[in-house]
Design a protein around this ligand. Structure first.
Ligand SMILES: Nc1ncnc2c1ncn2[C@@H]1O[C@H](COP(=O)(O)OP(=O)(O)OP(=O)(O)O)[C@@H](O)[C@H]1O
Ligand SMILES: [Mg+2]
Length: 323
C-alpha cells in the first residue's frame, strides 16, 4: 500500500475506488474495501476546541457558563515531548481531560491517534492510546503490592496472564522500580509511588502519556526521579509525552512548549523560543528558569548575552566568550 503523505498533516484517502490487498503472511491475499481512512503523523490534533463548564440549578436551568477552553488549536507529533505551561485556571487540566475523553468538546474537534474523541464506540481505543497520570500518586495506586498494582490495568483489559507478567516486568524496569515489585506501595516515597503509577499506565502500552502536574506533590528528589523517568520513556520507548507543569526547569528539554492563558493558547515554540520572551511570559504570570532570568537581567544592564539561555552550562559558555 502506498500512502501519499504531506508532512505532519492528516491525509484523508477516499478508498471507495481503491482495492487494498491484505496478505496473510503465508499464501492468501484478501481484498479489503472500506470507507475513508485517516493517516496521521500527529498523536493529538485539536481544532478550535471549546469547552464550557455549565452550572445548573436544581431544576436544571443554566445558572452560569464558564468557557475554560477557548478556540484552542494545537498539534502534538507522535514521539514528541510537549510541555504545557500556564497560570492557575488557564485550562490545562481541562484540555488533558479531553485527550482521555473524560470530557468531550462543547465545540470544535479533538482527534487522538486518528480517532475523534466524540466517537463513543472508540472510547476504549482512545483510552488505550493515551494514558493519564495525575498529581496525587496515592489516588492512583490501588493494590497492596507494587506488581499487582501495575498489572491491574492490563488485567482489566483482558490481557492474557503470561503477557501481563511480561508487561509488569517491562514497565517496572522502564521506570526503575523493578526491585520494589514485591513491596507495599504504602512504604514507598512520593517519587517512587508516582513511578509505580507511571508503570501502571505503561503496562497498558499506550502510545501517549499525559501527565497533569505529576511532580506537584513531590520533594525535589522525587521530582527529579519522575522527570528523568518520563524523559527516558520518551527517548527509549518513543512514547509521546504531554507534560503539564508549573516548574519551568521541567520543560527545558521538551521538543515544544505550549503556553496557555485564560483558556487560550498564547505561545507555542521550542523552549529556547519561549524562554527568549521573558517579558511576555511575565505578562502571563509565569516565571522563567533562574539562570534564564539572571541572563535576562544582566542583558538589561548592558552585558551582551543572547536571549533564551536555559542552562547553567550554556550560561558559562556565553560568559567565557565575554572574558
Ligand atoms: N468542574 C468544574 N466546574 C466549573 N468550572 C471548572 C471546573 N473545573 C475547572 N473549572 C474552571 O475552568 C477553568 C480552567 O480550569 P483548569 O482546571 O482546566 O485549569 P488549570 O490550568 O489546570 O489550573 P491549575 O494550574 O490550577 O491546575 C478555571 O477557571 C476553573 O475554575
Ligand atoms: Mg490543573
Amino acid at each position: 500500500m502506498c500512502i501519499l503523505c504531506k508532512d505532519n498533516e492528516a491525509v484523508k484517502i477516499n478508498i471507495a475506488n481503491i482495492i487494498f490487498l491484505h496478505y496473510n503472511g503465508k499464501d492468501k491475499y484478501s481484498v479489503i474495501k472500506g470507507r475513508t481512512v485517516g493517516v496521521t503523523m500527529n498523536m493529538i490534533e485539536a481544532k478550535n476546541l471549546v469547552f464550557e463548564y455549565i452550572r445548573r440549578d436544581e431544576e436544571g436551568n443554566v445558572e452560569s457558563i464558564h468557557r475554560a477552553v477557548d478556540e484552542v488549536s494545537l498539534d502534538v507529533k507522535k514521539g514528541d515531548f510537549v510541555a504545557i505551561l500556564g497560570h492557575n485556571g488557564s485550562g490545562k487540566s481541562t484540555i488533558a481531560k479531553h485527550i482521555n475523553a473524560i470530557l468531550l468538546p462543547s465545540e470544535g474537534t479533538l482527534v487522538v491517534n486518528g480517532i475523534d474523541t466524540k466517537e463513543e464506540d472508540r472510547l476504549w481505543d482512545i483510552r488505550q492510546s493515551a494514558g493519564m497520570v495525575f498529581q496525587n500518586p496515592d489516588n492512583q495506586i490501588i493494590a497492596s503490592v507494587v506488581e499487582e498494582d501495575v498489572g491491574f490495568g492490563p488485567e482489566n483489559m483482558g490481557v492474557p496472564t503470561e503477557e501481563i507478567w511480561k508487561r509488569v516486568e517491562d514497565s517496572l524496569k522502564a521506570v526503575g522500580m523493578y526491585e520494589y515489585r514485591t513491596h507495599s506501595p504504602n512504604k514507598l516515597s512520593g517519587g517512587q509511588k508516582q513511578r509505580v503509577a507511571i508503570a501502571g499506565i505503561m503496562a497498558m502500552r499506550p502510545q501517549c502519556i499525559i501527565l497533569d502536574e505529576p511532580t506537584a506533590m513531590l520533594d525535589p528528589n522525587g521530582r527529579k526521579e519522575v522527570i528523568r523517568t518520563i524523559r527516558e520513556l520518551n527517548k527509549t520507548e518513543h512514547v509521546t509525552v504531554l507534560l503539564i507543569t508549573h516548574y519551568m526547569d521541567e520543560v527545558i528539554e521538551a521538543d515544544k512548549v505550549i503556553v496557555m492563558d485564560d483558556g487560550k493558547v498564547v505561545m507555542q515554540g521550542t523552549p529556547k523560543e519561549i524562554f527568549s520572551q521573558v517579558d511576555k511570559l511575565k505578562q502571563y504570570r509565569l516565571d522563567v528558569p533562574q539562570v534564564t532570568e539572571l541572563a535576562y537581567e544582566l542583558k538589561k544592564e548592558g552585558i551582551p548575552l543572547p536571549d533564551g539561555i536555559l542552562t547553567v552550562e550554556e550560561f558559562g559558555i556565553e560568559i567565557k566568550k565575554l572574558i
